[in-house]
Design a protein around this ligand. Structure first.
Ligand SMILES: *Cc1c(COP(=O)(O)O)cnc(C)c1O
Length: 427
């Protein structure tokens, strides 16, 4: 009999995977709390929350129950001309959590589409009010998804180089750091002075795929303030940072100025079902309120507002209360802080950063390439041998765990990281 891995190889093309060099994928048969369990019964700590989506742990019985109830009541229905309670209730719940300027929820089905929707809303806003603008400002090293809009506003790098000519022009500026903050604000002022910018899109406080790069809320607040002055639509891509990742419910909760649009996905359903959400302030919605049919937002996906996904999101939000999830988040923050102090002077570390439940270790390397760094495979292989799932971003190892991870499990991950760094020392 062929193994699942062998059958996989015959028929499947995996994402972000080198087709000749990547090791065979590990076949997962079960999930349980912080663990993913393979065919042989080996248990792996999912220290990166299965690509940053998992919140309450795998195969959570409460989520399974709620989703199963929804599945046997209404699994899916067309969302144009029709509606259903899970979508309405979730919109109500999300608006309670979001800053008070947010007024409408638009559904799609993943993070990239939530960004596409945000960009299209912003461009069409300007078109609808008769002041068409198409210029966008984004940060260097940004990641906003793999669709063409998402790639356009994202960093130009090895991942999208075959498509460079097809991407729309975007003004990329460096993220503000302590050293360059005033320079960035000045540069921003220069870019916006002609009043021809449609939108500014950013990952608030943490750039995930860019290498868990972190920057201060103070500078971002200033940039959003400038956008408000110049009537530029601000888009907070909270696809990764939402749902407690950074220690607050949304990373934007650290800000004084509210973004106009939010993009949500990943942790939205607790990491159980695909769902995307784009939310907007009332003034944007109002630009589409017109008797003129041409001002309609002609965008939608077959699975828009899928009731099963919405029920997963609702159940995940309930779990935040039932399980006092923010106590776990605070506990993880505290553990990270202790390990930070312990490891910060390690000779193999170039930098170490943390915010909320995220901690990232940038390893010294002679190579300049970030994403395709050869350390990356070595890191993945090492941690798999320790039964820990940690796939680095180039030379950056990071922990971004499900919030149910215990102190002991965290300790296991920290120790493995320390061992890895020590072994680098010896070689
Ligand atoms: C993952 C991610 C996306 C893309 O989401 P997908 O669901 O993978 O399409 C967009 N923006 C940010 C900030 C992300 O981290």
């Amino acid at each position: 009999m062929m193994s699942i891995q062998e059958r996989d190889k015959k028929v499947i093309w995996h994402p972000f995977t080198h087709l000749t060099k990547a090791p065979l994928p590990i076949s997962i048969v079960r999930g349980e709390g912080v663990y993913l369990i393979d065919e042989k019964g080996d248990k792996y700590i999912d220290a990166m929350a299965s690509w940053w989506v998992n919140i309450h742990g795998h195969s959570h019985p409460y989520l399974a129950k709620k989703i199963s109830e929804q599945l046997s009541t209404l699994e899916h229905a067309i969302f144009s001309g029709f509606t259903h309670e899970p979508a309405v209730k979730l919109a109500e719940r999300l608006l309670e959590k979001l800053p008070s300027n947010q007024s409408k929820i638009f559904y799609s089905d993943n993070g990239s589409t939530s960004v596409e929707v945000a960009l299209k809303m912003a461009f069409q806003y300007w078109s609808n009010i008769g002041l068409p603008k198409t210029k966008v400002i984004a940060f260097e090293n940004a990641y906003h998804g793999d669709t063409f809009g998402g790639m356009s506003v994202g960093a130009r790098n090895a991942f999208n180089s075959p498509f460079t000519k097809l991407l729309f022009d975007v003004i990329h500026i460096p993220i503000p750091t302590k050293a360059n903050e005033q320079f960035i604000v000045n540069q921003f002022n220069e870019v916006v002075k002609n009043n021809d910018i449609a939108a500014f899109v950013f990952e608030p406080l943490v750039q995930g795929a860019g290498g868990m790069l972190m920057y201060s809320e103070k500078a971002l607040d200033e940039l959003i303030g400038l956008c408000n002055t110049h009537k530029i639509i601000t888009i907070a891509d909270e696809v990764m940072t939402g749902f407690g990742r950074t220690g607050k419910f949304f990373a934007s909760d650290y800000l004084k100025n509210n973004p106009d649009i939010f993009c949500l996905s990943k942790g939205l359903t607790g990491g159980v079902m695909p769902l995307g959400v784009t939310t907007c302030a009332e003034f944007i919605y109002e630009a589409f309120l017109s008797d003129d049919k041409m001002k309609t937002f002609f965008h939608g996906h077959s699975y828009t507002a899928n009731p099963t996904s919405c029920s997963a999101a609702l159940a995940s939000l309930e779990l935040f209360d039932i399980e006092k999830t923010f106590l776990n988040i605070a506990r993880i923050e505290k553990q990270h802080a202790i390990f930070y102090e312990k490891i910060k002077n390690h000779p193999q570390l170039l930098d170490i950063r943390k915010l909320g439940t995220i901690i990232a270790f940038e390893i010294k390397t002679r190579e300049h390439t970030h994403y395709l760094n050869s350390l990356s495979e070595k890191i993945s292989t090492f941690f798999i041998s320790k039964k820990i799932i940690l796939r680095p971003l180039g030379n950056v190892i990071y922990i971004l765990p499900p919030y149910c991870i215990t102190d002991n499990q965290l300790q296991e991950v920290y120790e493995a990281i320390e061992t890895f760094l020590d072994e680098l020392n010896e070689n």
